[in-house]
Design a protein around this ligand. Sequence first.
Ligand code: DQA
Length: 145
Amino acid sequence: MMRIQVINGANLNMLGIREPDIYGNLTLDQINEKIARKGGELDLNLDFFQSNHEGDIIDKIHDCYGKKDGIVINPGAFTHYSIAIRDAIAAVGIPTVEVHLSDINNREDFRKISVIKSVCLKQLWGKGVNSYIEALEFLVNESKK
Ligand code: DQA
């Protein structure tokens, strides 16, 4: 069974309340339920983690070493400046997909820059919860290569 860690970063615990016109009305728990349902269909072992603290996200990525076969990460605003999260992903060498709910390429210019992208196999954005679902499908397909 493929083991995948889903990580959500800063402010994603506020989904449902936070700027619903941009991020939708679903809470993080509701989003995670949908991801878990897909995980069941794909026969995946999924774990979920959210933190607003950069160091805790780094610790969680390190923790994945030797224990997880893939990571799906929405770092929130850390995407745009956390070299430390980027380095953690590079350090563990686990196939990782970067996801975003909103279309980061059609918002403020600072959101177009991801310092994480180059250490991820793929970047998915602008599809709401489907960004995460497609990330799971992608990791499963990659593992078969
Ligand atoms: C986000 C996009 C980021 O720019 C923003 O800081 C977030 C959420 C998204 O899922 O669309 O917190 O990662």
